[in-house]
Structure formats: structure tokens, C-alpha cells
Design a binder for this molecule. Structure first.
Ligand code: 28G
Length: 650
């Protein structure tokens, strides 16, 4: 068996390791790449790409290219030193072969200063190889072209060979994902292109090229000013307070790059942190250090210049309202630590003190040099602290008084749930009165509440808080959810464990979804980041047949499940396409879209911040043609890849 991996077979302990790598990954792919849906599929690219990024970060190669080929395979190319091809003494196997067949998380191969590895367990290229139909590796090194090929889930097909001479140096990896592993093998141009753009911002001076041969698309990303340009892109359409601020430094071998700015009409703090060019979505020590440094600098300045109205200092959240920041650290591998399983949170303790002091001293200096900005900023911070204090007071009063009051205001639109088990309750925001009526009839009244929407919600992209609050629809929604809004929104106070947007599966429905998502993104972002916001996925097809005067129904969400539904119902079945929620009766709506055991929900999350900003500016902007084009190209109503099936609330 082992000679599939090694022609000169000798059985050693390392040989077992070779098998362990590939077979372990094939047995439980999700454990290594997160999932086997679209996200997992793209992980195959990220794993290989990270190696190319590591090589560029070490100073070798200025261009990285990713190509999506017509046959559904992907190539990644770098211009680095080329993966070493020398024979590994213990195993007698070329180094390049080991890199594609073993798990090397334990530092077996790693003597590099920095390592990206966004993978969950440092599986790297081995995961990509193990989950591919083929994987071709070409190395340009020492004047020669080397090649080896794996097939059928990482089995060595062509051992290392020399193809000829070359003056080039670098690595080329081409692989085609195994359709038996993934629920989709369709690489998304937007996902790959945006990912490369994010990397290009993080690695200033390195060019990233994205090519889609299926659609003849090509983008080049190159940013001389790195994350400073990233920051400006994220805040393109916002009113800015002062300039963008950028600091770069190195302390104890930790390299820091930090960019931030403040905007008006933004009630969120958006801190995007990275460790070794990989996003740390759950923050960690570098983020804490950044926040503490900013807070100290602003408070010290405010106290020193008598800008506070009372003796109490500003809270961190007052100082972070309207702040967008990018915090990027490069940390030597020896002291790189993560918290939790997913590498989403940096644990390296040194990072906290170093960033804290670095930000504090630089920003303190900046404030003293830019007094006008400093005074403006502190005015804004004081204003948000006043709002915070008022909101807290109002909440306490409401607790001690009658809280029936709020429910009375909203009672004519909302059909509430009977239970007071907030965590378990669900709020359905439903498009249209008629679907609202069916939802009311069909729901489980114990834990499901219905809030129908009249027409299109207000576009809340870059509007002030005051304007949003004057909108009756949103005022009702805020009261219904019961957890505040903006800076003072608190997930713990939510009256619902899930908020579910339920619209028709047409362009109007998609537009309403986006308008609602924009509202939540701007004014209740923690609902999204805590994973409590969902979009209901009504079925696209109904397959029916009359048997003995009784109609039987099967529902389908995509072509695959349609096939199954047809087989199940058998001959003489009628297939109809659902266009709107209104075409279903109350019982059907319950069964297909609301019943936790059978429904399909799409959980909303924030993946790449660039995608979110782009979506919001295209979808919410004034350019109607651009919006229509985007919806047509991107909103695939049969997309059921990210859904959770049948979440059982019991
Ligand atoms: C195109 C797709 C993905 C890579 C390199 C270059 C080296 C390397 C990669 O070494 C093992 C561990 C540390 C030496 C390093 C070449 C040093 C000298 C490399 C890639 C052996 C890994 N010469 N380029 N790995 N090192 N590109 N692109 O995978 O000690 S991986």
C-alpha cells in the first residue's frame, strides 16, 4: 500500500505518518478544512496560496498568480525559490513530496521565521492534495524544471522527474477538487478575487494576479501603501473625521502595521486584525492592545486639556464608535499562539503590551500635533458617552417600571410568541401582508413571532441615526428586538435567539433582504457577528401528485433535490416553481420554511470585509444598473450551500 506513496519502499515510522496525513484528511475532511461546502472548497486554494504568501513574505518572489481553469481546476504560481526537491534522509522521499503528503503542524519542517497557515491544523498543501482528483506540482529551481503528480486523493502518480532546463525559479501547483468530497466544486471568481485583494493589501509590494479562464476575467492587485489603502477603500463613501493614520514598527521581532480612521454617521467599531496575514476574526491580544492604547491616549489628552464635562473618563466603547482600524502583525513562529480551535484569536501575550505601548505613544504624539482633530474627536466621544449614559438610564427605568409599555406600542404589527424564553424564540420578518398572514397561521405560536413588512424598507446606507429612528418600520423592529441599537445594542437583551428574514425568491425579495441586511450591519451589527441573523430559504420547486383524492407534495431547493423529489413522487408528478411565499398556503409555509426540523436557513456572517463593503455600496448605491447586474450575477436563489438544515430548537 505504501508504495503508492514511495517507489523505493521501506516501512518506517515516518511511512505510517505519510499514510496518516492523506487518509486522515480524506476520512474527515471537515476537520481539516472546516467544511465540505463552498467555504471548504475555497480552502483548498487558500492552503496552497498561503505557502506562496509565506515564500513572498520571506522576501522571495514579487508576484503570485491564481488561475481558475476551464476544467474547474486551479493553478497557483509563485516566483520564489521553489520547493526543495532534495531527498529527506529518514524517509528517502523528496522534500516536495513530503510537503504534499504529510501533516507538518509540529514544526517538523518549519524553521521559517513567519508562517501564515490559515489551515486549522497546519495541514497546508497536504489537505489540497488529499481532496483533489489530481495535483500537479512543478518546481523551477537550480536551473531545472522538476515535476511530480498525485492522483485520486493524493496518491503519487508520477514520482519526481526532471522535465528540462529553465532560468526561472518558483513553484506552480495545479489541482482539481474531488467532486465526491465537496457539495460544490464551482470556484467563485468573486471569492478568489477578493481574497487575493485582501492579501495584496496586507503584503504591500507584492502583486497578486487573479485570472478566470472560464469567463475571461483578470484582475491585478498591487498596493504600495498596503493597509493604508485598504482602510481608505473600506471607508470610501463615508464622511471622515481627520485623516487616515498609519503606524509601522518593530519590537521584539514582532512587526506591526496599524491603520485607522474615524467617520461620521458610523455607529460601529470595525477592527480588522491579522496575524501573519491571516485574519483573526475573533481578535485576541493584538486587538486588546490596540484598543487599550487608543483609549489611554484619548483619555489622557482629554484630561490634560480639560475636555471632559465630568470627572469620569470615557469608556473604550465611546472612543471606538465610528472607528475603522486594521491591525496587522507579523509574529515569529516560535511565539505565535492562538486561542481556541479555529485560529481566529491571537494568544501571543507579548503582542498585547507591545501594541498597547506602540499605539499609545504614537497616537498621543499625533493628538498633540493635531489639536483640531483631537478636539473634534473628543467632542464626538463625549457625545457618544452621553448617549450611552442616557440609554443605560432609560433601560433601568424600563426595568423598574412597566415593560408592558413597549409591547403595547408594537402590538398591532407584531404577532408575538407566547413563550418568554427569549433565547429560544424566533422573530420572522416577513415580506408582504399576505405572506405575513400565512406565517401567522402556519407558525408555532409558542416560540415564533411574526413581523410583516409593508413595502421596501428604508435604505440605511450612510444615513444618520436620527433619520433611521424616524422610520416607523425600523423603530418597530428596534422595539420588537428589544436590545437597543447602534453603540448601545446589546445581544444579551435580545428578545429572540434568531432573527429570520423571510422574503420571496425573486429580485424584489433579494433587494428587501439587502436593505434589511444593511440596516442590521449598520445599526445592530452584533446580531450578525454573534450568528443570530438568518435568511429563510423557501423551496424553489414543488413536486405534487394526486393519489386517491389526496394530494401529496415534495419540495426541492435545487436541481439535485428536485431529482430526488421526482423519484420519490414517481410517475405523473407535476412540478411547479414557487415564485413567492404567497403561493404557499399556511401549512406548506410551515413545513417548508418555518419548521425547524425541515426548513433551510442561511446564516448570515461577515467573511471578507471587502465583500461586505462592495455589496453595500453596489447594492445600496444610486446606480440602479450596477445593482441589477450584481443581483443577476450573484444572487443565486438555488444556492443552498451554506444552509443549516433543520436546526432543532428543542
Ligand atoms: C505555487 C503554489 C504554492 C513554496 C517554498 C520555498 C521553500 C520551501 C516552499 O521550503 C521547507 C523548511 C525550512 C528549508 C525554503 C526553498 C528554503 C530554501 C524553500 C509554494 C526547507 C519548505 N528554498 N516555496 N517551501 N523548508 N511555494 N507555492 O508552495 O527549511 S513552498
Amino acid at each position: 500500500m505504501a508504495d503508492k506513496y514511495n517507489n523505493e519502499h521501506r516501512y518506517t515510522a515516518d511511512d505510517i505518518d505519510l499514510l496518516d496525513g492523506i487518509e486522515g484528511i480524506r476520512k474527515r475532511p471537515a476537520m481539516y478544512i472546516g467544511s465540505t461546502n463552498a467555504s471548504g472548497l475555497h480552502h483548498l486554494v487558500w492552503e496552497v496560496l498561503d505557502n506562496a504568501v509565506d515564500e513572498a513574505m520571506s522576501g522571495f518572489g514579487k508576484t503570485i498568480t491564481v488561475i481558475i481553469h476551464k476544467d474547474g481546476s486551479v493553478s497557483v504560481m509563485d516566483e520564489g525559490r521553489g520547493i526543495p526537491v532534495d531527498i529527506h534522509k529518514k524517509t528517502g522521499v523528496p522534500a516536495v513530496q513530503l510537503i504534499f503528503t504529510t501533516l507538518h503542524s509540529g514544526g517538523k519542517f518549519s524553521s521559517k521565521v513567519y508562517a501564515t497557515s490559515s489551515g486549522l491544523h497546519g495541514v497546508g498543501a497536504t489537505a489540497t492534495n488529499a481532496l483533489s482528483l489530481y495535483c500537479d506540482v512543478t518546481v523551477y529551481r537550480d536551473g531545472q524544471i522538476y515535476h511530480l503528480r498525485f492522483e485520486n486523493g493524493g496518491k503519487l502518480k508520477t514520482p519526481l522527474e526532471v522535465l528540462g532546463n529553465t532560468k526561472k525559479h518558483g513553484t506552480l501547483v495545479r489541482f482539481k477538487p474531488d467532486p465526491n468530497v465537496f457539495s460544490t466544486v464551482d470556484f467563485k471568481w468573486d471569492t478568489i478575487s477578493n481574497h487575493l485583494r485582501e492579501k495584496a493589501f496586507l503584503l504591500k509590494g507584492v502583486k497578486f494576479v487573479a485570472i478566470d479562464e472560464r469567463q475571461n476575467l483578470k484582475e491585478e492587485y498591487y498596493y504600495e501603501n498596503g493597509i493604508l489603502e485598504y482602510l481608505n477603500v473600506l471607508n470610501e463613501n463615508k464622511r471622515k473625521i481627520g485623516d487616515s493614520i498609519y503606524y509601522e514598527g518593530k519590537e521584539n521581532n514582532i512587526e506591526m502595521e496599524i491603520a485607522f480612521m474615524y467617520c461620521y454617521d458610523d455607529y460601529n467599531e470595525s477592527i480588522y486584525s491579522y496575524a501573519n496575514n491571516v485574519r483573526t476574526k475573533d481578535g485576541g491580544t493584538h486587538e486588546i492592545g490596540f484598543k487599550t492604547g487608543i483609549t489611554r491616549a484619548v483619555n489622557d489628552f482629554a484630561v490634560e486639556h480639560n475636555l471632559l464635562k465630568s470627572k469620569t473618563k470615557l469608556e473604550g466603547s465611546d472612543i471606538r464608535e465610528g472607528l475603522t482600524a486594521i491591525v496587522s502583525l507579523r509574529i515569529p513562529e516560535e511565539i505565535l499562539e492562538y486561542e481556541g480551535q479555529t485560529k481566529g484569536k491571537l494568544g501571543t501575550p507579548e503582542a498585547q503590551t507591545i501594541v498597547n505601548n506602540f499605539v499609545y505613544s504614537n497616537f498621543t504624539y499625533y493628538l498633540s500635533e493635531n489639536k483640531e482633530f483631537a478636539i473634534n474627536l473628543i467632542k464626538k466621544c463625549v457625545a457618544s458617552s452621553e448617549v450611552r449614559i442616557a440609554a443605560r438610564k432609560a433601560k433601568e427605568e424600563m426595568r423598574s417600571n412597566k415593560k408592558q409599555k413597549v409591547e403595547m406600542i408594537i402590538s398591532d404589527k407584531l404577532t408575538p410568541a407566547q413563550s418568554k424564553n427569549y433565547e429560544h424564540n424566533e422573530l420572522f420578518i416577513v415580506e408582504g401582508e399576505s405572506a405575513g398572514g400565512n406565517a401567522r397561521t402556519g407558525r408555532n405560536g409558542l416560540f415564533q413571532a411574526i413581523l410583516p413588512l409593508r413595502g421596501k424598507p428604508l435604505n440605511t446606507d450612510s444615513i444618520t441615526l436620527d433619520r433611521m429612528l424616524k422610520n416607523e418600520e425600523f423603530a418597530t423592529l428596534i422595539n420588537t428586538i428589544g436590545a437597543g441599537y447602534g453603540q448601545n445594542f446589546n445581544v444579551e437583551d435580545m428578545h429572540y435567539g434568531k432573527v429570520i428574514i423571510m422574503t420571496d425568491a425573486d429580485t424584489d425579495g433579494a433587494h428587501i433582504q439587502t436593505l434589511l441586511l444593511t440596516f442590521f450591519y449598520n445599526f445592530m451589527r452584533p446580531i450578525i457577528t454573534s450568528g443570530r441573523l438568518y435568511v429563510a430559504m423557501p423551496p424553489l420547486y414543488c413536486v405534487s401528485k394526486e393519489i386517491n383524492h389526496k394530494e401529496i407534495f415534495e419540495y426541492a431547493w435545487d436541481d439535485e433535490s428536485l431529482k430526488q423529489a421526482k423519484e420519490k413522487v414517481g410517475r405523473g408528478a407535476t412540478v411547479s416553481r414557487f415564485k413567492g411565499l404567497g403561493e404557499m398556503n399556511a401549512a406548506q409555509l410551515w413545513e417548508t420554511t418555518m419548521n425547524p426540523k425541515t426548513r433551510h436557513l442561511l446564516k448570515i456572517g461577515i467573511d471578507n470585509p471587502l465583500v461586505v463593503e462592495q455589496r453595500i455600496s453596489v447594492l445600496m448605491g444610486k446606480d440602479i444598473a450596477a445593482r441589477r447586474k450584481w443581483v443577476e450575477e450573484n444572487v443565486d436563489f438555488s444556492e443552498i450551500d451554506n444552509f443549516e438544515i433543520g436546526i432543532n430548537n428543542g
